[in-house]
Design a protein around this ligand. Structure first.
Ligand SMILES: C[S@@+](CC[C@H](N)C(=O)[O-])C[C@H]1O[C@@H](n2cnc3c(N)ncnc32)[C@H](O)[C@@H]1O
Ligand SMILES: [Zn+2]
Length: 271
């Protein structure tokens, strides 16, 4: 079972009709679209991905371009969970990985419960449309609304990496799956936009509190045959938000692009 905790007093949250309630009567309504907002001071700070980014990611991923990697994440997730598994997708976005992981766990003859956490309400509105089978919470990866040592597996798929917090919520011996871009990931997209594109820097993989069990790499070349897909890919990356109008126009004009995908997946076990 997913053990949610109150963001105010850290008491255990219980699901009642339409809300979660803690023993001190702090109450959090479940939104119509199915998520619960457990983010305190949500009017401050950053709100995560906005509608443009979430829709671009949903539209792009639904076309199957990242399917090989999504399948690799789902397979690894199912492999490293126990028979009865609680999985936390930290920074789950619009939920395509969450659903693939849940289905892979079921396919492996196991039972999974999945909690998707994201700081973006919009992302969770989209995630809730993917399936009614997961619990969704607006919260930060840095302050997960989950009891200590209550989760079997954490997924960290291109979202903020907060190893201390992931270690806190994991059971002893629990697993952390972390995605990261390899050197040449999206090279041609960067070459289209930037005059002097740079390789992705290597991701340092050693992490205190965890043992690196193994790494896997998935490579693919995808053919984008219309401007809509090129723009969706561009808009779901941080590059779109870091470039000026002149560089953005290069993507707006492009009609075709072959792009290298190069993903790393690190599997860690909590010490
Ligand atoms: C690149 S997207 C990845 C989404 C999803 N894991 C995927 O790969 O499709 C990063 C996600 O992290 C979320 N995010 C950013 N900062 C966050 C934080 N501090 N806590 C939780 N989520 C965060 C964003 O809203 C966004 O949905
Ligand atoms: Zn409380």
């Amino acid at each position: 079972m997913v053990n949610l905790r109150c963001p105010v007093c850290a008491g255990a949250l219980e699901k009642r009709a339409g809300a979660y309630l803690c023993p001190k009567n702090h109450s959090f309504d479940i939104a119509k679209s199915g998520y619960v907002n457990l983010l305190l001071n949500s009017s401050q700070g950053h709100h995560g991905d906005d509608k443009l980014m979430v829709r671009a990611r949903r539209d792009f991923l639904d076309k199957g371009y990242y399917d090989r990697f999504i399948a690799a994440v789902a397979d690894a997730a199912a492999e490293f969970t126990p028979q009865e598994a609680t999985v936390l997708d930290a920074g789950c976005g619009e939920g395509i990985y969450s659903l693939a992981v849940l289905r892979a766990i079921e396919k492996a003859g196991k039972h999974g419960e999945l909690l998707g956490v994201d700081i973006s309400k919009t992302a969770l509105q989209y995630a809730s449309k993917r399936s009614p089978d997961f619990t969704l919470c607006v919260a930060s990866c840095a302050h997960l609304p989950v009891e200590d040592g209550s989760v079997d597996e954490v997924l960290n798929i291109f979202s903020p990496f907060v190893p201390e917090e992931f270690a806190r919520v994991l059971k002893p011996g629990g697993y952390l799956l972390r995605a990261y871009p390899l050197r040449e990931h999206l090279w041609e997209l960067k070459a289209l936009i930037y005059d002097t594109p740079r390789d992705n820097p290597p991701t340092p993989l050693t992490t205190e509190g965890f043992t690196l069990v193994e790494t896997r790499e998935v490579r693919d070349i995808i053919h984008l045959s219309c401007n809509e897909d090129i723009l969706s890919l561009f808009r779901m990356t941080p590059y779109y938000y870091k470039t000026g109008a002149k560089d953005q126009q290069k993507a707006e004009r492009a009609q075709e692009l072959d792009v290298q995908l190069a993903f790393g997946l690190a599997v860690y076990q909590k010490d």
